[in-house]
Ligand binder design. Structure first.
Ligand code: MGP
Ligand code: SAH
Length: 570
């Protein structure tokens, strides 16, 4: 496993960063076509203890709270019919043609020296398996069916050869080949229908039928072993702290893979290769998510109106016609972040963020403004700083922040030297973003657009002259409120509002380079589906903030970590 600093062209990130795992997944899509997705699991270890300490809850309020940094073969025995006997006698008239018809086998290997390695060899295709096994499969089964029609000497010779030809790693179904009825008297039907058939004709048919049967066996075997590998991968991904999201019907099943016309609801895994370092699982994840935050507040249903939320709605932030984009300190004191303690005193959902306030904006006391949604959705500064570093270092000059909110990310992109096109459909929050950008001295590097991102994207798509040259798109849409963690796995389509899959589709039309900021429990399966659409590699990075995995950022296109790829064998 390499840290970013060890990988060519990546340079150093501000915070320690580790590649925890790498994967390559072959999918069969819903329309039956094939797709390959390759990517990495990574983790950034971000620390903001000072900011967290600075915003600490007053001692008298919760004296018990302490910040903890926890890192811590026709069988001759078979009943012969009269017809069978006739045809066998005819065959016997030809002098050992049953043996002469066989191609000669030469081995460049000293088979006696072959040694079975520990474990099992993974054949990458049926052709590869057929290459190593066809002599053995066809001739041992031929010997079984027609050996009695050979001379004693030739029969012995062939028996010896068959033993030598046996592949080191036959698949399970072929381990005891002679006991497998699928390979006994395989040409019986042909001989019954055409008693005049020559050994050449019978042998040719024999080979073809053995191959067909071997192919079926191979696929059954392969499906079973891929399913085993998938399950192992899913378990490992879970141990790293991700929500895998793959459903049972997405795992390889023999019939699913064979039937090209089968209607599929979701892409099915055809094959998977991965390396996942369990070291990270043991250390940081497990039954309980380690929490080192000061948060004590329980989350409540975001749909239920809290007292202060009701109050907020009474606060005159105006109907659309009255929207003012300048912050008015006289009438908008409720937006001033440093005043929030009183305003949200009875709103535990928000007060927990107040007690982590400097981690949201280190300059919070210098005039930062936020509305209620801003408090729970703004990206903590250190995480936003890291994401900006990762995005901008890829020759990114212009970034679209499609869901700007109160500006947590837009400000950091600008501070890194990017020009930002900041979009948000909420005028109050966009106003906050502009004011906050001013606090950080970067308002001139950000264009603020108060509009629905879908409308903006549609306008750019229709009129290319209006469309700016965009290097990357950053997405941090609403996750449906703080209750997003209530579900074990976060569904990108139904959890995000607007639909997280639609958001990605629209963004792809703007740029292939996308950074998607999402809940830590977002289904990995859905994120891989996005990579199929983007025809791009991907990286799912966990942001560990003071040893707690807070969020994930999924990078697509050139933003994703790039390392030598595993072989796509299928
Ligand atoms: P959180 O709900 O505070 O999780 O969100 P945490 O800290 O694990 O809560 P706990 O109660 O388990 O301790 C963590 C971070 O996710 C927030 O600080 C925001 O940056 C981000 N975030 C949370 N929500 C609800 C949203 C959202 O709706 N949209 C966006 N873009 N970010 C959000
Ligand atoms: N990254 C931001 C937080 C984003 S919260 C920060 O650090 O502050 C999500 C934002 O998306 C909200 O402000 C909401 O108003 C906005 N939003 C929701 N739907 C939108 C849409 N269709 N177009 C543009 N903005 C939208």
């Amino acid at each position: 496993m390499a840290s970013s600093s060890e990988s060519a062209g990546e340079g150093d990130y501000q915070w320690p960063w580790y590649q925890m795992g790498h994967f390559g997944i072959n999918f069969i899509q819903t329309d039956g076509s094939k797709a390959y997705v390759e990517g990495d699991f990574s983790r950034a270890y971000i620390k903001d203890y000072e900011l967290l300490r600075a915003s600490k809850r007053p001692r008298e309020a919760k004296p018990e709270e302490q910040l903890q940094a926890t890192m811590s073969g026709i069988s001759l025995e078979q009943n012969e019919t009269a017809e069978d006997c006739d045809s066998n006698e005819k065959l016997l008239e030809e002098k050992d043609s049953a043996y002469e018809v066989l191609p000669k086998w030469t081995s460049d290997k000293k088979k006696s020296k072959k040694k079975k390695q520990k474990g099992r060899y993974n054949y990458h295709s049926f052709n590869e398996y057929w290459d190593v096994s066809y002599f053995w499969l066809t001739q041992l089964t031929w010997l079984n069916d027609f050996g009695d029609q050979m001379t004693e000497e030739n029969r012995k010779e062939l028996t010896k050869k068959c033993d030598e030809m046996k592949p080191i790693y036959p698949i399970d179904q072929h381990e005891n080949l002679l006991e497998n009825v699928d390979y006994q008297n395989i040409t019986k039907k042909m001989i019954d229908n055409n008693p005049e058939a020559t050994y050449e004709e019978i042998y040719s048919e024999h080979c073809e039928l053995v191959k067909k049967q071997a192919e079926i066996d191979y696929h059954v075997f392969q499906t079973k072993s891929v399913t085993r590998r998938c399950k192992d991968m899913i378990a490992r991904v879970k141990r790293l702290g991700y929500a895998p999201g793959f459903e049972d019907n997405q795992l390889p099943s023999f019939y699913n893979l064979e039937d090209q016309n089968l209607k599929r609801e979701k892409p099915v895994i055809r094959d998977v290769r991965y390396t996942i370092d369990d070291l990270y699982a043991k250390k940081f994840c497990g039954a309980g998510d380690e929490k080192t935050d000061e948060s004590t507040a329980s989350t409540s249903d975001s749909n239920s109106l809290t007292e202060s939320q009701s109050q907020m709605e009474l606060v005159p932030n105006g109907s659309k016609s009255e929207i003012r984009f300048n912050f008015d300190p006289e009438t908008e004191q409720h937006l001033v972040a440093s005043n929030a303690e009183k305003l949200y005193a009875n709103d535990p959902e928000i007060s927990k963020y107040y007690y982590q306030r400097y981690r949201l904006f280190s300059r919070l006391d210098e005039g930062i403004i936020m509305d209620r949604e801003g408090w729970f959705s703004v990206t903590p500064e250190a995480i936003a700083e890291h994401i900006a570093d990762r995005v901008v270092r890829n020759n990114v000059s212009v970034v679209v922040d499609a869901f700007t909110g109160v500006g947590g990310n837009a400000i950091q992109f600008a501070l890194r030297g990017a020009h930002v096109i900041a979009i948000d459909m909420d005028p109050v929050r966009l106003k906050c973003a502009r004011e906050n950008a001013r606090v950080y001295g970067v308002e001139n590097y950000i264009d603020f657009i108060c509009a629905d991102f879908f409308d903006v994207a549609a306008t750019w798509a229709v009129d290319k002259k209006l469309a700016p040259k965009v290097d990357a798109v950053f997405l941090s849409p609403p996750w449906g409120g703080p209750s997003y963690l209530k579900a074990k796995e976060f569904d990108l389509a139904t959890g995000c509002c607007p639909n997280g899959v639609d958001i990605f589709d629209v963004s792809l039309k703007i740029s292939p380079n996308i950074a998607y900021f999402l809940p830590r429990n977002t289904k990995v399966s859905q994120l891989t589906e996005l990579a199929i659409k983007a025809k791009s590699r991907m990286e799912i990075e966990q942001s560990s903030l003071n040893s707690k995995i807070k969020t994930i950022t999924v990078y697509y296109g050139k933003l994703a970590y790039h390392e030598k790829s595993p072989k796509n064998d299928n």
